[in-house]
Design a protein around this ligand. Structure first.
Ligand SMILES: *Cc1c(COP(=O)(O)O)cnc(C)c1O
Length: 455
């Protein structure tokens, strides 16, 4: 076998032509999403008022192992895919570890993250259906930017409700989205009923993701030819992100490499679900014994301290109920927490796999995460997003463990994006003013108290 290069390239022809649907490989399927009023499984008809028809079809599909990527989406993917898969020789050397470390870099597009993989697919399907406007929320801004890029490419109007506090902290994010033709409204706004109600009650609020989701959903259901798109958590988003793992598998197979450990940061679970898809499929079929690790912030510990229960997807309790590991839709992470990964729940496929022991999880405090981020930036060059740096931390710790035991493990992690819009967080880390916050059991109990009663 030839020496593994620094970048394990794939050609355009080797790029995946179908996504992989992990659910079709699972014996124990995730519980269905249900109507919060009747507790009956949601029908395609019910969901189609909010989401695009093809997204709904994919959301409910648990039988097809592979779903074709239409040519119109593959043409978009060509602009930034295949994405680089890197053997982190510099990091291995710095750590003096016998482990092999690989990372898949999804930040090489203007949105700065993997979110573009699903944005492209969702906007393509919207266009095919004759939808003229799509609405969404954005917090940190990567999803809103990705959707704006896809909207510009396919010719669909994009309306983004951006959490007001985030819009004030990251004004340049808004400029990028507007450059791609999107309209950006700081949320809560006076353009929706729910926004006006919130403003009346709390005129000075800087908003929240839950509130922005409620505004975007209200606009979608009350405007003709308009649908709402979501950037994580749901199963069709996980499906689109499987392109990440499929590219990794094709590239690694060329060199006879099977990862022993696959690591991803977990907010709503889409990048990890996508990265691990083909490797988990192998494990579920008994073909491999790869270990999978989800990494989350200690300040928002959905897996490591959450409950496995039916819960709402948003703070405004407007969405269907999803069976997932959750801190309760009423949980609000500490404002001192830097990057994303602030979502209260976790995708239902990952939740079921975690519950059944196929997936492990660990959490880190943010100063520890930023130490790894800076170490990585200095030796591998890329300035990582704070979210991605959770995966870096876990990969580094795994490699250091190998140094003690002498194991030659092959570690694959997802480098989901770049941190150019997170410089305030880097600044506070560099100045030594960044602090950690771990919620107490009593803090978490408040979130659990908001869980709906479903038996
Ligand atoms: C959105 C985002 C995440 C977390 O979302 P998942 O759905 O859990 O993947 C991680 N990293 C970056 C850079 C992001 O933009």
């Amino acid at each position: 076998m030839s020496k593994i290069p620094y970048k394990l390239y794939l050609t355009e022809e080797e790029a995946p032509k179908a996504w992989l649907n992990i659910r079709a490989f699972m014996k124990n399927k995730p519980a269905p999403i249900i109507n919060p009023g009747t507790h009956a499984p949601c029908t395609a008809e019910e969901l189609s008022h909010v989401f695009c028809d093809e997204a709904v079809k994919q959301e409910l599909n648990e039988t097809d192992k592979y779903i074709e990527i239409p040519e119109g989406i593959r043409d978009f993917y060509k602009m930034f895919r295949p994405s680089p898969l890197v053997r982190a020789y510099n990091l291995e050397k710095l750590l003096d570890t016998p482990a092999e470390i690989y990372y898949k870099f999804e930040g090489n597009n203007t949105s700065g993250s993997h979110k573009l993989n699903s944005a492209a697919a969702q906007v393509y399907y919207a266009k095919e259906q004759g939808i003229t406007t799509v609405t969404t929320e954005t917090g940190a801004g990567q999803w809103g930017t990705a959707l704006s890029m896809a909207g510009a490419f396919y010719g669909v109007k994009v309306k983004v409700y951006m959490v007001k506090g985030s819009a004030m902290q990251k004004p340049y994010r808004k400029n990028v989205m507007e450059t791609y033709g999107a309209s950006v409204t700081p949320s809560p706004s006076d353009t929706t009923n729910v926004g006006r109600a919130i403003l009346k009650e709390m005129p000075d609020t800087t908003g929240s993701l839950g509130c922005a989701i409620s505004e975007a959903v209200e606009e979608a259901v009350s405007t003709p030819n308009t649908r709402y798109l979501l950037g994580s958590v749901l199963n069709h988003v996980l499906l689109h992100q499987s392109v990440i793992g499929l590219e990794c598998k094709t590239a690694l197979d060329k060199y006879g490499v099977t990862p022993d450990v696959v690591i991803g940061c977990a907010g709503g679970g889409s990048n990890l679900g996508g990265l691990m898809a083909p490797f988990m499929a192998d494990k579920l079929e008994g073909k491999s014994n790869t270990e999978f690790i989800a990494v989350e912030p200690a300040s928002c510990p959905s897996f490591t301290r959450g409950r496995f229960a039916y819960d709402f997807g948003d703070t405004g309790k407007m969405t269907p109920l999803i069976k997932m590991y959750t801190l309760g839709s009423g949980f609000i992470p500490s404002p001192n927490h830097a990057g994303g990964l602030r979502y209260h729940g976790m995708n239902s496929v990952l939740s079921q796999l975690y519950h059944d022991g196929y997936l492990k999880a660990k959490s880190y405090e943010q100063t520890n995460v930023f130490e790894a981020a800076v170490m990585f930036a200095r030796c591998e060059g890329t300035l990582p997003a704070p979210e991605s740096s959770h995966a870096i931390r876990a990969a580094v710790d795994e490699a250091l463990k190998c140094k003690e035991t002498g194991e030659h493990k092959k570690i694959l992690f997802g480098l989901t994006g770049t941190g150019y819009f997170d410089l305030a967080a880097y600044d506070s880390f560099n100045k030594g003013t960044m602090t950690d916050y771990i919620p107490t059991d009593a803090d978490l109990q408040k979130g659990f108290d908001s869980l709906p009663k479903v038996d």
